[in-house]
Design a protein around this ligand. Structure first.
Ligand code: NAP
Length: 242
């Protein structure tokens, strides 16, 4: 089998990516932070598709947890080499910079940006050994253009974009690509409090997107066919660029 690790695969966009890659024959390592019940549902849906997977609970915002749980898993599962890594888990804690707490700044940066460093650092050696890999990072429109009330979130996603472009140049010669997918407004629990009717007039497609529409692009970038694309950011935002 082919093996993929998807962070934050219990719900939302990560779950849709997990199902899409499972349908393409991947064994899915489903990371989540706390929602065991939803993670179990993702695994059950993967099995219904005829594929398989397992749950791997760790907090991507905690480097000790990553190193301990994911590090031990990689050491103990040499027969399951990860060839696709999707860094998807993320949070937002919006506030104006003037009133943003230190905690809201640092927790968003550690969950969305530091996670890229600590998770990818463990997985890249496996890909280098096998001379093949696809790393796809789920960033955001907010990291491409900035959005008011999201200095922490925008900084974290822009940071991942910059880091991806650097890493793409470090490991391209070894058959490993590193790309980003930048969703606009997508219907998930993360956007539950945002009124679609208030925003859809500024979106050329006149609606929020779906997790499945993001998963389509991730799956293309994760495929062998995307072999000459690296260091790229593909926007999935219904045309909402400005
Ligand atoms: P969501 O519905 O809130 O789901 C978040 C997922 O990430 C859940 O599986 C959650 O696990 C996991 N997660 C959160 N913090 C974690 C942590 N510290 N460690 C491990 N897992 C963690 O979010 P979503 O809308 O699908 O967003 C997925 C990604 O897309 C994020 O990076 C987000 O920034 C990005 N994005 C979303 C939108 C949008 O409009 N929805 C737009 C642009 C970018 P639990 O179930 O265990 O909590």
């Amino acid at each position: 089998m082919k093996y993929a690790l998807i962070t934050g695969a219990s719900r939302g966009i990560g779950k849709a990516i997990a199902l899409k890659l499972a349908a393409e024959g991947y064994y899915i390592v489903i990371n989540f932070r706390s929602n065991q019940e939803e993670a179990e549902k993702t695994l059950a849906a993967i099995r219904e598709l005829g594929s398989d997977g397992e749950l791997l609970k760790f907090d991507v915002g905690d480097k000790n947890d990553i190193n301990q749980v994911l590090g031990s898993w990689i050491d103990a599962n040499k027969e399951k080499p990860i060839e696709v890594l999707v860094n998807n888990a993320g949070i937002r804690k919006d506030n104006l910079l003037m009133t943003m707490s230190d905690e809201d700044w640092s927790s968003v940066l550690s969950t969305n940006l530091d996670s890229f460093f600590y998770v990818t650092k463990l997985v890249v050696p496996v890909m280098l050994f096998h001379k093949y890999g696809r790393i796809v990072n789920v960033v955001s429109l907010s990291g491409v253009k900035g959005l008011p009330g999201q200095t922490n979130y925008s900084a974290s996603k822009a940071g991942v974009i910059g880091a991806s472009k650097s890493l793409a140049q470090e490991i391209g010669r070894r058959g490993i690509t590193v790309n980003c997918v930048a969703p606009g407004f997508i219907k998930t629990e993360m956007t539950e409090g945002i009124d679609e009717t208030a925003y859809k007039n500024i979106i050329p497609m006149k609606r929020f997107g779906t997790s499945e529409e993001v998963a389509e692009v991730v799956s293309f970038l994760a495929s062998p066919g995307a072999s000459y694309i690296t260091g790229e950011v593909i926007n999935v935002n219904g045309g909402l660029h400005t």
